[in-house]
Design a protein around this ligand. Sequence first.
Ligand code: HEC
Ligand code: HEC
Length: 335
Amino acid sequence: MRYIMIFIAIIASSLVAFSLFGPKFPPIGPLTPVPIPADNPQTQAKIDFGKQLYFDPRLSGNNKISCATCHLPSLGFSNGQPFAKGGPDLTDEGGRNTPTVYNTAYNKFQFWDGRAATLEEQALGPVQNPVEMHEDLNKLVAELSAIPEYVRQSKEIFGTEITSEVIAKAIAAFERTIISTNCSFDKYMKGDKTAMSESAIRGMKLFNKKARCIVCHNGPNFTDDKFHNLGLPSLDPNKPPDVGRYAVTKNEADMGAFKTPTLRSVVETAPYLRNGFMRTLMEVIEFYDQGGGRDPNKDKEMKRLNLTQQEKQDLEEFMKALTGEPLNITPPALP
Ligand code: HEC
Ligand code: HEC
């Protein structure tokens, strides 16, 4: 009997603790070191090689599109457009917004639907995608193998002729240097209490509590690495809706769910959401305030927030405080 009483007491007190503090999410905070895969260690020579490939339009079928055409350093490594335009004449629309390359080194999944896991796996996707770079991999390897300076670098760094694996590994190594960090929020968290404005500090508290952003945008990179349906309406009623994560898992629960993006340097990457549906952060905040869209399958965590005008501004100020130090990446000379 005594044990039963103790047992009940433990259950009851943990229930009280749970309702007082709610479920715990990994806290937001300064970034941890960039994870580097064991089979692709970083070297300066490899990063430089990857940078040339990233900026080289010869990676595309028409030799006009490089990774930097859509992921521009000056536009937060996105392109300022609702949709990416690629393909043979730069007119084909992929229907999805170009995500930033910032901090993709931390991603558990790549692409809005998470269909690639690593940056190495991801890099060859856009090269072959008909609405992006539209290039045949065998042709690309042959084309780059005709550039002696590329062959020299490949042999020196990887000890082999150019292969698709060499291309992917070099680009991934460069991408691992595209890190948004040391923002006002990081400085504040490391003890500089003057680094954020009063409004941004209020915004941070709202982010963690009343506005419930922490439920999904959590951990040092402001993402749970999971997929959610925010109930966004489809942009063009004549086109079938984007099924998102469902295409990968075929699990009904993933219908219309997309990856939670990082919020670091988010002011630089407008327009927002997977379809570039919203032009400003304030529009996104208004959307969350209303509990998201009307899709009946939306995530149950999407709830009305009843934020005041001041609170919305505070949240926006907080997101501005997540803008990392400038990287000053400029296009390299190509061989
Ligand atoms: C025509 C525009 C375009 C080009 C060119 C392009 N991308 Fe992308 N990139 C996109 C779009 C759009 C997505 C999202 C596609 C999706 O989720 O289905 C994306 C996704 C990504 C992602 C995943 C980011 C994330 O958070 O999920 C990375 C990394 C990336 N691209 C790197 C590259 C690299 C490296 C190259 C060059 C080899 C490249 N991209 C070329 C438009 C482009
Ligand atoms: C239920 C999980 C969830 C919650 C809660 C949530 N987000 Fe998001 N957020 C996401 C997902 C998933 C996306 C991408 C969805 C899409 O495009 O379909 C996203 C996208 C965004 C974007 C666009 C980023 C970009 O690069 O396009 C911003 C900004 C944003 N969220 C801010 C917030 C703020 C501020 C809050 C709190 C008021 C919040 N989010 C609450 C999951 C969530």
